[in-house]
Write a protein that binds this ligand. Structure first.
Ligand code: FES
Length: 125
């Protein structure tokens, strides 16, 4: 029993349980995304942009802008919004809703950061 408990030390059990149930993809350390920036990850054939706000919150949306497929991860992040680099449409990162424009909403994904600092993307939208 002692061996078993010892072997569990240092492991983020939430990550293990989530992964075991197929509920999350680990995308690696959150530090790979500087504060106020976004990065694209290919997950199960989908391009997903993960954003880290200056306040340290993490959000995930579709990578391509629904207007004309601009690279949203290259946009400017202000608060909880991203400004598309191509035509400056704004979107709310939490809801995906357009802000001040009538573009289609972004698809959003459930994302969190594990105790060990890894980005966990839920397999559910
Ligand atoms: S492509 Fe994003 S605003 Fe036009």
């Amino acid at each position: 029993m002692a061996d078993r408990i010892e072997s569990m030390q240092g492991i983020d059990m939430m990550s293990v349980l989530e992964a075991a149930r197929g509920l999350a993809y680990s995308l690696g350390p959150v530090e790979q995304i500087p504060l106020g920036e976004g990065r694209v990850f290919e997950v199960d054939g989908r391009s997903i942009a993960v954003f880290r706000t200056r306040q340290g919150e993490v959000f995930a949306t579709q990578a391509a802008c629904p207007h004309r497929e601009g690279p949203l991860c290259d946009g400017i992040i202000g608060g909880r919004q991203v400004v598309c680099p191509l035509h400056a449409y704004k979107f709310d990162l939490a809801t995906g809703n357009p802000v001040g424009n009538d573009c289609e909403a972004l698809r959003t994904y459930v994302v969190s950061v594990s105790e060990s600092g890894d980005i966990l993307l839920s397999s559910h939208d």
